[in-house]
Design a protein around this ligand. Structure first.
Ligand SMILES: Cc1cc2nc3c(=O)[nH]c(=O)nc-3n(C[C@H](O)[C@H](O)[C@H](O)COP(=O)(O)OP(=O)(O)OC[C@H]3O[C@@H](n4cnc5c(N)ncnc54)[C@H](O)[C@@H]3O)c2cc1C
Length: 337
């Protein structure tokens, strides 16, 4: 365990903005977490659990404790004729896990290739891409209750999974440190290729199999999304809004070319990036913060932007989308202030 005071978080988040935490604590083993919590229950202290920092924006210094569980390990715990159970510790890099499962022929998370961040956060966020959400591959989630200092195992059916959401982000916020996730993966994969451009890209690579689907997803992502190693960003800054058919029909009267995707139950997902682009934000720079020039849903830190500048830019974007479309965008990135 390492404990640091007044610690810079700049290199621990993909936005790469400067912010200092009163205390930063890095855990490499489970017993370190239990030892720490037994001496210092967290309820009375402002705290935040950090993964890969790829969905966080620190707007100011963090007056509290940053807990960074870097627990490592991936193992196949069961292999049956039709499925395999793979347990990954929370501090594993998400894409390393995808690579591990694809190499063994286990299907279920290949469409989530190259999403930055940790295994622990993947479950908390219910990450999703190219027609797949991680909830459909989760068998159980292991965590430590910070108040009771004991291990808890969650059935995914009780975790309130929704679009980029789970109870861990809602009612249970701050109560559990996720330590591991067990995935149930298929030995005869169900390939998901309906999403725009996926099948065509696979076809150019070779026959449809897990390896080629993963390669195709990586290729598409690299052509569309900025690499945080090259320019600070946290992926999609806003969620795609979901509206009723009545709201959609009203919008189509004034914006007939507006894209929408049926979600079931007369609910439609709108493309936040399209709306932001229509408002003229794509590629715009305000001060030291900017909107990416290829994908308007992504805000970037080209060099020395502050968290406050990126946040202010997001506020301006929200306001212009409300003015133009009457839709309030919700942030996907967790803003910490
Ligand atoms: C270029 C780029 C592309 C992206 N593309 C996608 C995409 O296609 N789909 C998608 O869904 N997301 C995407 N994201 C967002 C991001 O990768 C995911 O949200 C990811 O799951 C965040 O993981 P992290 O470990 O970095 O979490 P962090 O940013 O460190 O934390 C995110 C949240 O999880 C909590 N948390 C982290 N670890 C734990 C833990 N062990 N226990 C409890 N809580 C924890 C934190 O407190 C925080 O609330 C993208 C980001 C980038 C930069």
């Amino acid at each position: 365990m390492q404990i640091h005071k007044n610690y810079s978080l700049k290199n621990l988040t993909t936005f790469q903005v400067e912010a200092f935490a009163d205390q930063y604590i890095r855990f490499d083993r489970m017993d370190e977490i239990f030892g720490y919590l037994s001496d210092r229950p967290l309820e009375n202290h402002r705290h935040l659990i950090l993964g890969g920092g790829s969905n966080l924006l620190f707007v100011e210094n963090f007056e509290g404790i940053i807990l960074h569980p870097l627990l490592k390990g991936i193992e196949v715990i069961k292999e049956r004729a039709d499925h395999a159970l793979v347990k990954a510790m929370a501090g594993e890099n998400w894409d390393d896990l995808v690579e591990f499962t694809v190499a063994r022929g286990y299907g279920g998370i290949e469409n989530l290739s190259l999403i930055p961040g940790s295994v622990g956060a993947s479950a908390m966020q219910n990450i999703g891409a190219y027609g797949v959400e991680v909830k459909s591959a989760i068998d159980s989630i292991e965590a430590i209750s910070s108040s009771e200092q004991k291990k808890v195992t969650f059935d995914p059916n009780n975790c309130g999974f929704d679009y980029r959401f789970s109870h861990f982000k809602g009612d249970w916020k701050g109560q559990f440190i996720i330590t591991a996730v067990v995935f149930k993966l298929l030995r005869k994969p169900d390939y998901v290729t309906h999403y725009s451009g996926v099948q065509e890209t696979v076809d150019k690579i070779g026959p449809l199999n897990l390896e080629n689907l993963r390669k195709a997803i990586i290729k598409i992502r690299q052509s569309k999304l900025p690499d945080p190693a090259e320019i600070g960003n946290a992926g999609s800054f806003f969620k795609n809004p979901v509206v009723s058919d009545t709201v959609l029909n009203d919008l189509l009267k004034s914006h007939p070319d507006m894209p929408s995707y049926l979600q079931g139950d007369n609910q439609f997902k709108l493309a936040a990036g399209w709306m932001i682009e229509k408002c003229g934000w794509k590629g715009k720079t305000i001060g030291r913060a900017a909107v990416h020039d290829k994908q308007a849903l992504v805000l970037v830190n080209p060099g020395s932007a502050t968290g406050r500048e990126i946040f202010e830019l997001s506020e301006q974007i929200k306001n212009s989308v409300i003015e133009t479309f009457g839709i309030e965008l919700k942030r996907e990135v967790l803003v910490v202030q």
